[in-house]
Design a protein around this ligand. Structure first.
Ligand code: 13P
Length: 339
């Protein structure tokens, strides 16, 4: 484990003003994103769509890393440049989703555990050869009845995240550790805070037990937010305060950056929440973004698979990157959306 390399990679990805583009949608997920805009998911449409994102001018000011899916890491731009090289040339670090998805946890109805540890050491070595400098593993916890997520599901997911993170650091890939409490459901913000707190406490205990270097990782959590079906939605300051309280309690100061997922929030809400947290004060970690939907939804609805829409789609993408860059500094305002 090269401690200096891990630390500098993590700091580079989450440098001030910068965040991450999560473009690591699996085959079924990208199909789901393309369906509403009438685009068939083929290897070529997926390649072209990712190329539109990666070649948008000026995003390197705001994007420090891009998370790829296995297929994308092996694809090339129209001029033949491999995607990882294209990003390297722009000063953006390529990363790779390495988990194999959340599966039903045996004897724990309603709970899931993320799989993908078997053979992971070999896959990481290959991804490193292909240009990746960091990796991502996502655990998902749904909030449902009182015993979901169960203690056991939280422990099983935390253990898998720690084993993955240790394997990454063994070959100097920065692990992005993503324990996601989903915002599906009708739970209120307090229930989300309890589940998120519990998950983070377990995750850091396991990371520590596995010898993972906190300085050489990034945490990708959910924000503390009510479920989408909860009648009592929270204001922007409420989300920011609950999220910051939870992070202060459970995330060690040695972790260089917290890069939030957007989890189904609108693009504007995700930017607003990040901004409010950064406007509230100084933190031991960078507070940044690793958004999938909140960066890409406006791009997809503008592109619609039509070449003539590419310049407008790239303008939308640049705008979202820029506004999230401002939210990193706490100087975004909702009025900027109209500009
Ligand atoms: P969202 O921002 O759309 O939640 O995606 C982030 C991600 O990488 C989920 O694993």
């Amino acid at each position: 484990m090269n401690i200096d390399e891990l630390k500098s990679t993590a700091e580079q990805i989450a440098a001030p003003q910068k965040g991450i583009l999560a473009a690591d949608e699996s085959g079924p997920t990208i199909k789901k994103r393309f369906e509403p805009i009438g685009v068939e998911s083929t290897e070529e449409t997926r390649r072209r769509y990712r190329e539109i994102l990666f070649t948008t001018e000026g995003i390197e000011r705001y994007i420090g890393g891009v998370i790829f899916y296995d297929e994308t890491l092996r694809q090339t731009a129209s001029d033949g440049t491999p995607f990882p090289k294209l990003l390297w040339n722009r000063g953006i670090l390529p990363g790779i989703k390495v988990d194999k998805g959340a599966k039903a946890l045996a004897l724990q109805p309603g709970n899931k555990v993320t799989e993908g540890l078997d053979g992971l050491r070999d896959r990481l070595a290959e991804y490193k050869q292909l240009g990746a400098r960091f990796a991502k593993w996502r655990a998902v916890m749904e909030i449902d009845e009182h015993d979901i997520p169960s203690d056991y599901a939280i422990c099983a997911n935390a253990h898998a995240l720690a084993r993955y993170a240790a394997l990454c650091q063994e070959v100097d890939l920065v692990p992005i550790v993503e324990p996601e409490v989903l915002m599906d459901g009708a739970h209120d913000i307090d229930r989300c805070e309890v589940a998120t707190s519990w998950m983070l406490a377990r995750v850091f205990a396991e990371l520590d037990a596995h010898g993972v270097l906190f300085e050489g990782m990034l945490l990708k959590p959910n924000m503390v937010i009510p479920g989408k079906k909860c009648p009592q939605q929270a204001s922007v300051p409420e989300v920011a305060e609950a999220t910051v309280r939870c992070m202060r309690r459970y995330v060690p100061a040695a972790v260089p950056g917290i890069v939030f997922l957007s989890g189904g929030q609108s693009a504007e809400d995700a930017t607003d929440h990040l901004n409010a947290m950064n406007a509230m004060g100084e933190y031991p970690w960078q507070l940044s973004f690793s958004y999938g939907r909140a960066l890409q939804a406006p791009v997809l609805s503008t592109w619609k698979g039509q070449e003539e829409n590419v310049p407008a789609a790239q303008r939308e993408f640049h705008k979202r990157c820029q506004l999230n860059g401002l939210a990193r500094e706490g100087i975004y305002s909702r009025a900027m959306e109209a500009a």
